[in-house]
Design a protein around this ligand. Sequence first.
Ligand SMILES: Cc1cc2nc3c(=O)[nH]c(=O)nc-3n(C[C@H](O)[C@H](O)[C@H](O)COP(=O)(O)OP(=O)(O)OC[C@H]3O[C@@H](n4cnc5c(N)ncnc54)[C@H](O)[C@@H]3O)c2cc1C
Length: 432
Amino acid sequence: MDTSILLFTRDLRVRDNPALAAACGAGRVVPVFVFDDAILGGPFAAPNRVRFLLDSLADLRRSLTELGGDLVVRRGDPARETARLARETGARSLLLADERSAYAARRLARLRELGLEVSVLPGITVVPPGDLTPASGDHYKVFTPYWRAWEEVRWRPAVDAPKEVRLPSGVEPGALPRLAELVPGTPSPDLAPGGETKGRERLEAWLREDAAEYDRVRDDLAADRTSRLGPYLKFGCVSPRELAGSAPDAFRRQLAWRDFHHQVAAAFPGLPRRDYRPRGQTWKDDEDGFAAWRDGTTGIPIVDAGMRQLRREGFMHNRARLITASFLTRDLGIDWRLGLGHFNELLADGDIADNAGNWQWVAGTGNSTRPDQVMNPFRQASRFDPRGDYVRRYVPELAGVEGARVHRPWALDEDRRRHLDYPPPILAPDDR
Ligand SMILES: Cc1cc2nc3c(=O)[nH]c(=O)nc-3n(C[C@H](O)[C@H](O)[C@H](O)COP(=O)(O)OP(=O)(O)OC[C@H]3O[C@@H](n4cnc5c(N)ncnc54)[C@H](O)[C@@H]3O)c2cc1C
């Protein structure tokens, strides 16, 4: 019977995992995850994401064990570890999910040099980058035409979880490391737990309770009724293809945004570093402004609430991401790359393509068709947190201020202001 190696990367699930299904259907399989020293040594190994990853791997190991197999865990260089496992087990083929980041492309090139028969299968996006191209050019630069094409194209069929995972005998599975062995630092106190099981619970609860109203409530900051599936999609604990089949239109559109950024990043690998559409901007050198933004002490409550949500949960509501990113780049005039770096340190869903694509979109250097659009934080606060509940939830110093007055603490009478332990605004508020 043939043996193949299934290299997990960011597709940490057993359901609708085409590479895993194909490997299990072909004979014995060695499902392996390699803690890659090159990634662990870089900015992408933030404690929140590594914690989420460890949860996801523990859950994946449980699922594979229930199916008769196990998850083999190694640390080092993925190509070297794959070669070693192939020698130990006599495996002649390697399967993995199709991923198009610059790093994934280099990794794949090295895996192809091992002399194994390599199959790359979809699973990380609904539509793989490069599958849709406009008549002119190698990728879509504007979202709306991409969305139209994305809706029309035939998606691959979803696949079932394998019925059985047959691991060759004699393979030492290896222990899952502890967080402290992988990265320094502590995760956010209210970080969501990782894994396919938790992801599916979240998905089912959201489909039952919130999906039907997604379009109406997705911008309501205090309601907090978006799916919160971001980190589960980032690590592949839930399948974007499966979701696209069951979610309402407005939500599918968000999944298309995700695919859109992935195809931009595949065609323009410099996305996290270089302006996609350079417009000759110059950025201010403002260390104090940046520190106040990062720490949630700007004195602009809606901005501070978002930044503190990020620190507390490793997550921030999309509307707050837009407001805080606009404030940093448009109001403080600080380089989007600094904002991206801070988001990347904390977001459990922090992803090269989505983080950089969105930062550039807000900063006006990316794919927006309205690159001069600026979001006034006060108007945003009135629209999307009209009663001030989001601010009170994340800024305890303002918990006693009633209603929408919480958005303008400087307008309270002097006596009350003096008793608030909250900083004055770092910029004169333009709160028309
Ligand atoms: C400055 C900035 C940085 C961002 N960084 C990231 C990031 O690193 N990783 C990330 O996944 N998303 C990022 N986003 C997009 C979006 O904010 C998050 O995907 C969303 O808030 C996650 O919460 P949710 O799962 O509840 O979203 P929902 O509203 O429930 O949306 C469902 C899914 O659709 C996808 N999605 C939604 N909006 C977008 C979008 N604008 N771009 C790409 N995908 C989207 C996500 O996978 C999300 O989980 C960023 C947005 C901004 C403005």
